[in-house]
Design a binder for this molecule. Structure first.
Ligand code: ADP
Ligand code: MG
Ligand code: ZN
Length: 551
């Protein structure tokens, strides 16, 4: 049987994707291979198909029990004998698998690395007596300190080449990070591996970032056109996933929450319901996703700003695994960026803080972009992408612009008049002439007071955000988040530069939540964070990197 015939017969697909065929040929000729392919690219097939063609056993190293079970179930459904060994099984089950292995009745065996290299070496000794023809290391980034889910047991996999000399090893990962890729190659001890790097571009995903204002209404608008479709909605905090899921249910959507604080039963139940399409929408923290293989997720929404591009790209990558057109929508507010900046400061670790802040800045840069989003993403992952993409909000010209020089001048003068001491909310009130009783008496005399009364509060907030995004204003890092002029401000104030603003994208003019980040709230969060760290006995950097643990 040729690889193509096996593809059609066992997997029911007519063609190979990406470099699947070349990868499979390499394994069949007993060479080591490293495969870098985006999530949903089709990595499993690269070792499953050789496993069907080769006469013997393929050992698959996989980090998650849930992942193993899904894969084994679907292989068995396709008529390929496969099994997994893990701690969830009772001795009888394990014995049964051992017998099938001995009789050469299994093509694939899934196992976690700690099982293979644990204190008890009987499994390893036993496997060495079998006809092993291939070893696959899935989610290989787990071997790297730089990978986002480092597993110390993965380090022992370096020994596999010695235990099974001459058996080809295929390592697979979806990580796009260069540092991690190099680390995987260094640590796995592969013999002259052929490295296959697929493009990380996900052509079928359309990327959009909208300014966040009344996010629930924005979400309902977005979902209105997608009533029958499945999607994942990411929120920063556990509490907001539950609140949002409830609100969506009230609006008639089949939605459930998912976060690390739910019981295992509840998590499994919600996940299953989502996989079976009984629940259309999962509202989740970033705890949801790894190992979820649902091919018809049509959209991923981020209600809050992700901490870095890697996470964002992996989360949005869960949409459209079937290759059909899918959407990624992020609702961006600069207030989120300010909030995350606080969390990105790791106490007593200046180096790590700097890396986290840099990554956050890159994420903010993506949101504030006035250019092709895909190009920015590909550049971030060091992949050449010379043209604009034609399928992001920028390329689709969803930004309608107008000459906003006068508006910009009003805003910048207000900031000047108030001596650069106030944040967005206060400046907007000042511009609109509202808050007249509360405003300090001297402000009433100021020239710009009330100069922008004809523009709604929501629009002013949006314009100020754009001016920040374009560098005409900046926000201080402290808890006051005051607006400051920049070198560019003068050009606009003097009329030397035309300022283009984006027209309203929503018709909803309801009030926006205040942007100014309050010192009290911040301190409360800090305190809470420390409490959690003590309670769960976690190192502080884990807490810091997962603000969802806060609520
Ligand atoms: P990855 O591990 O790279 O994230 P998977 O191996 O889980 O991706 O595959 C993602 C989806 O693509 C699965 O539903 C799989 O069946 C499907 N798939 C894989 N190869 C092909 C192919 N050649 N043609 C069509 N679908 C494929
Ligand atoms: Mg996979
Ligand atoms: Zn584009």
């Amino acid at each position: 049987m040729t690889p193509l015939q096996a593809l059609q017969k066992y997997f029911g697909y007519s063609n190979f994707r990406h470099s699947q065929e070349a990868i499979i040929q390499h394994v069949l000729s007993k060479q080591d291979v490293m495969v870098l392919m985006p999530t949903g690219g089709g990595k499993s097939l690269c070792y499953q198909l050789p496993a069907v063609l080769l006469n013997g056993l393929t050992i698959v190293i996989s980090p998650l029990i849930a992942l193993m079970k899904d894969q084994v179930d679907s292989l068995n459904l396709s008529g390929i004998p496969a099994a997994f060994l893990n701690s969830s099984q009772d001795p009888d089950e394990q014995k049964d698998i051992a017998i099938r292995l001995k009789n050469n009745q299994l093509r694939l065996l899934y196992v976690a690395p700690e099982r293979l290299f644990g204190k008890d070496d009987r499994l390893m000794t036993f496997l060495k007596t079998l006809e092993v023809v291939q070893i696959a290391i899935d989610e290989a980034h787990c071997i790297s300190q730089w990978g986002h889910d480092f597993r110390p047991e993965y380090l022992m996999l370096a020994g596999l080449k010695n235990e099974f000399p001459g058996v080809p090893v295929i390592a697979l990962t979806a990580t796009a990070d260069k540092l991690t890729q190099k680390d995987i190659l260094d640590k796995l001890n592969l013999h002259k591996p052929a490295v296959f790097i697929s493009s990380f571009n996900r052509e079928n995903i359309t990327y959009r970032v909208n300014p966040k204002n009344n996010s629930f209404n924005q979400l309902i608008n977005f979902l209105g056109q997608r009533k029958e479709e499945s999607g994942i909605i990411y929120c920063l905090s556990r509490k907001s996933t539950e609140l949002l899921a409830d609100n969506l249910k009230d609006e008639g959507f089949a939605a459930e929450a998912y976060h690390a604080g739910l019981t295992n039963d509840k998590k499994a139940k919600n996940q299953e319901a989502f996989l079976r399409d009984d629940v259309k929408i999962i509202v989740a923290t970033i705890a949801f996703g790894m190992g979820i293989n649902k091919s018809n997720v049509r959209y991923v929404v981020h209600m809050d700003l992700p901490k870095n591009i890697e996470g964002y790209y992996q989360e949005t990558g869960r949409a459209g695994r079937d290759g059909l057109p899918s959407d990624a929508l992020l609702l961006y507010s600069p207030g989120d960026a300010i909030k995350l900046r606080k969390f990105a400061t790791v106490e007593n670790n200046a180096e790590q803080s700097a890396i986290m802040l840099k990554k956050l800045d890159d994420m903010v840069g993506y949101c504030q972009l006035h250019a092709c989003r895909r190009q920015y993403l590909m550049q971030y992952f060091d992949e050449a992408f010379p043209d604009t993409c034609g399928s992001c909000d920028y390329c689709l010209s969803e930004f309608v612009k107008f000459d906003g020089t006068l508006i910009a001048q009003k805003a910048l003068s207000a900031v000047t008049r108030l001596k650069e001491r106030f944040g967005v909310t206060y400046i907007v009130d000042f511009l609109r002439g509202s808050r007249s009783e509360k405003i300090w008496p001297e402000h009433k005399e100021l020239k710009t007071y009330g100069a922008g009364a004809d523009i709604s509060k929501a629009d002013w907030q949006r314009y100020l955000r754009e001016l920040i995004a374009m560098g005409y204003l900046r926000v201080t890092d402290d808890a006051y988040a005051s607006l400051k002029l920049t070198a560019k401000s003068e050009l606009a104030l003097k009329g030397l530069q035309k300022v283009e603003l984006i027209s309203s994208q929503t018709t909803d003019e309801k009030e926006i939540a205040p942007l100014d980040f309050e010192a009290d709230l911040l301190n409360a969060l800090r305190k809470k964070r420390q409490e959690i760290a003590v309670m769960e006995n976690l190192p502080p950097d884990i807490i810091l990197s997962d603000p969802s643990l806060l609520e």
